[in-house]
Design a binder for this molecule. Structure first.
Ligand code: GAL
Length: 812
């Protein structure tokens, strides 16, 4: 009989707040609401009868530090950042975001288990806890972990009180000098209670791979482990429409493991362009009694890394057009949020990006699910440090005891995501130096291989000369180079793999809408306003400009792609202003901290998005006081050639050429003398005929606020967020690109004001307060749904400005 998965799920799964039940054989309770939270030391908070009534009530995922205040003294690190080539220690403020993440804090919550008895097992699962979590249940310590980015779980069956109230207490401790960026703080990812039968699948033991694929059929290999005896596994495979397409029954268990091969006819292959997902429903029977059931999505696709063809997906060679992302989500900090992640991916998709690297730690499950669904390849990273420290209190403290456990959990929990095409065991680890490091690299890579023989492992290597000498680079499945464009050819010659990955590229810095004169290529350039120029010519002493990477990507077939540092700005690491207060977030992003595109977005889009045309002019054209002065104009475009007009006068045609790396990828009119008015670019096709045009205009004074939401409706689930871009225009509707007006936000109806962000890396305004200044004429307001359906109204006001209003509808 051809059942449909959706009707199956319809009757077996029901939602009740955060409550989730699968076939009545297991229940998953996501502990979102009702948490009590308090910073400081509270040793007696482990006790069941501890009075937490006066503690703050919070919702998890929660980041306790994002509410600030920003403080120059927080985690001030007087260090020489050796990986940046520094040898003299200087005072770094804002390195970890200047937000109060350090210290101890406690969370408490209770849950009841209506179906609990001694035929049941209970697991407590943390998808990330920052950091050094210690877990107590009903007054007893059940376990601890160290790395704040790891997923981990404990079998807590023996600590359960019974069906009624169970009291959970979690202690978290963040040391100062433990990070190179803002790590966040708290239970920033989901916490779940899983109740299942004693006869049940072992957590994260299921591994679905697709070892052989042809046009006609695919072999789906399923391995899984279960507790109990005399068990039978029945697996059903469903296509994306929910129709069952095959199934298999097995009662053979070898070495405690079931294994099945199931055929899928005419398989639909997963790729970034066609992110087709199948679902496997695994049912565990003892006799005729269903004991456990899990639902696992997977994709059918092949990956291959070879000397001649480089990287190929489903037999087709392609390059990674990737970005590195830190885990923070700007104004909401590290508290994981699906709509914030989805918005990031939508922006990146439009840019033509096809891959993400989770720098430098375990990605959230939500991000991987979205990448499966939306079509992004994923480089899942684990560590920024091994045994040798980068920061005094970094992962080096835990490496010996935890590295294997952390890798095992990363791989087992995520290996069924088709988006993951590579693992990374480390980033720029100082262990690149010395023979011990080579051994560690091999040891870690072997653990990845043991847990997942289907994907290769890389390390982002910056000490390229050292790893050539030591053999470190030679043993990696995929040699990844961070920057060092001048060493690509030599590394390719000396490494045996026959291909190279730009595991980290560019680190070009810019501030959205800010342009500096004279326009020149410069390394580590700083300015009195602590901003960097959006002419995209400023980079770091260890890094380079985007165009330098493009040359390698285009001219060296053996370079298998790049991961740009970074897709979005992030909290902390405000290079080149590491020592300049109040800089507190990065300048590296292609998009700013609010998710607004900088000019660089269009440079990447012009080559990565091969479907849609790109035609973008910079700088803005509001330069009162620069009349008659040289004000270069750049155009980022998918066309090879264009003509520029200022107030109707032609400034000539520019064509991409090989004179410099910039000339190859950008159209540049260097000698433009500023006069206010209309700057127009007309793109020319290969025959020299006009193909598209774009113009920007000098604006008058700020007059009216304009609101534009990324979505029209929200889900009434208390989590969904609309990102509303607020900009200001003059009387004629022309955007005012330099406006800095102070604005106020009011949300009415069935929604809440969550945060705002203007992308200014030097702003000390707090994200969660309902007021903020525009930066370069824009900012973004985050409006969050409640559990109630209905309209939500956002009103934005500012002195002497016509207000902006917007209605968003919240639906079930
Ligand atoms: C790299 C490092 C990144 C970030 C970047 C800034 O060396 O891997 O984490 O620090 O530099 O350019």
């Amino acid at each position: 009989m051809n059942k449909t998965l959706f009707s199956l799920l319809g009757c077996l799964i029901f939602f009740c707040g955060a409550y989730f039940s699968e076939a009545q054989t297991r229940e998953i309770i996501t502990l979102k609401k009702g948490w009590k939270f308090k910073k400081g030391q509270h040793p007696s908070a482990t006790k069941v009868d501890f009075d937490d009534a006066k503690w703050e009530t919070v919702t998890v995922p929660h980041d306790w530090a994002i509410y600030g205040p920003f403080d120059k003294e927080v985690d001030k690190q007087t260090v020489a950042i050796t990986q940046n080539g520094e040898d003299i220690a200087t005072e770094k403020t804002g390195r970890t975001g200047a937000l109060p993440y350090i210290g101890e804090a406690w969370y408490r919550n209770t849950f009841s288990l209506e179906n609990f008895d001694d035929t049941k097992k209970v697991l407590l699962l943390f998808e990330g806890a920052m950091s050094e979590p210690e877990i107590f249940l009903n007054g007893e310590k059940v376990g601890e972990w160290k790395y704040g980015y790891s997923y981990f779980y404990f079998d807590v069956s023996k600590y359960i009180n019974g069906k009624s109230q169970n009291t959970l207490a979690v202690k978290l401790t963040n040391e100062g000098k433990s990070s190179r960026w803002y790590p966040g703080a708290g239970l920033y990812r989901n916490v779940r209670v899983i109740i299942k039968n004693n006869e049940s699948f072992e957590q994260w033991s299921t591994f679905i791979s697709t070892p052989s694929i042809s046009l006609d059929e695919a072999k789906v290999n399923i391995k899984t482990k279960a507790f109990g005896t005399d068990l039978k596994l029945v697996t059903e495979i469903y296509n994306k429409d929910g129709n069952e397409i095959n199934s298999k029954e097995t009662s053979t268990i070898i070495n405690n493991e079931f294994e099945q091969n199931i055929k899928v006819n005419q398989p639909q292959l997963w790729s970034p362009e066609t992110p087709y997902l199948y679902t496997a429903v695994l049912k565990l029977y003892k006799g005729d009694i269903l004991k456990d059931e899990i639902t696992q999505r997977f994709g059918i696709r092949t990956i291959d890394y070879s000397p001649n063809t480089g990287f190929s997906l489903n037999g087709e060679t392609r390059k990674f057009k990737g970005v590195c992302l830190h885990h923070d989500l700007g104004p909401i900090g590290t508290a994981v949020n699906r709509s914030a992640l989805q918005r990031q991916l939508k922006i990146l998709k439009d840019m033509g990006c096809n891959a993400i690297r989770s720098a430098h730690n375990m990605p959230s499950f939500e991000q991987l699910e979205l990448c499966d669904e939306m079509g992004f390849m994923f480089l899942a990273e684990s560590f920024d440090e091994w045994k040798k420290p980068k920061v005094e209190n970094g992962y080096n403290r835990f490496f010996d005891e935890y590295a294997e456990k952390d890798v095992v959990n990363l791989v087992r929990a995520t290996r069924n995501h088709p988006s993951i095409v590579m693992w990374s065991s480390g980033n720029e680890v100082p262990d690149q130096w010395g023979s011990e490091g080579v051994k560690r690299a091999k040891w870690l890579q072997d653990i990845f291989h043991r847990e997942d023989p289907t994907r290769p492992v890389t390390v982002g290597m910056d000490q390229v000369k050292a790893v050539m000498e030591s053999g470190f680079g030679a043993i990696m499945d995929v040699p990844g180079l961070n920057y060092r464009v001048h060493l690509y050819d030599e590394a390719y010659e000396r490494f045996p793999q026959g291909f190279l990955l730009g595991s980290e590229t560019a680190s070009t810095v810019s501030s959205r809408g800010i342009y500096k004169f004279p326009v020149e290529i410069a390394s580590m350039k700083t300015y009195p306003d602590f901003q960097s120029s959006s002419y995209d010519l400023e980079y770091c002493s260890w890094s380079n400009l985007p165009d330098d990477d493009f040359v390698l990507q285009d001219d060296r077939p053996w370079v298998i792609g790049e991961f740009v540092w970074t897709g979005f700005d992030y909290l902390g690491e405000p290079t080149p202003y590491d020592e300049a207060w109040p800089s507190r977030s990065s300048y590296f992003g292609i998009n700013d901290l609010a998710g607004l595109p900088k000019d660089r977005y269009y440079l990447y889009r012009s080559r990565w998005n091969t479907e849609d045309e790109t035609l973008h002019i910079l700088p803005h054209w509001n330069w009162q006081g620069r009349e008659g002065e040289t004000t270069p104009v750049f155009v980022y475009t998918s066309y090879d050639s264009a003509e520029l007009f200022l107030n109707g006068k032609s400034l000539g045609i520019q064509t991409k050429n090989n004179k410099t790396n910039q000339n190859r990828y950008r159209l540049m009119w260097i000698d433009v003398k500023y006069e206010p008015g209309i700057l127009k670019v007309v793109a020319l096709d290969n025959n020299g005929n006009p193909a598209a045009e774009k113009e920007i205009k000098t604006s008058g004074k700020p007059y009216e606020l304009v609101l534009d939401s990324d979505v029209k409706t929200l889900k009434a689930n208390g989590e969904d967020i609309a990102f509303v871009t607020v900009s200001v225009v003059d009387k004629n509707g022309i955007p005012c690109p330099t406006a800095t007006n102070q604005l106020q936000f009011k949300v009415e109806g069935n929604g809440l004001y969550r945060a705002a962000c203007n992308g200014d890396a030097t702003s000390l305004e707090l994200f969660h307060l309902p007021t903020m200044k525009l930066f370069s004429g824009k900012l973004v307001v985050l409006v969050q749904s409640t559990n109630k359906v209905g309209n939500i109204k956002l009103t934005v006001t500012g002195d002497n400005l016509e207000k902006g209003e917007l209605i968003i509808t919240s639906k079930k």
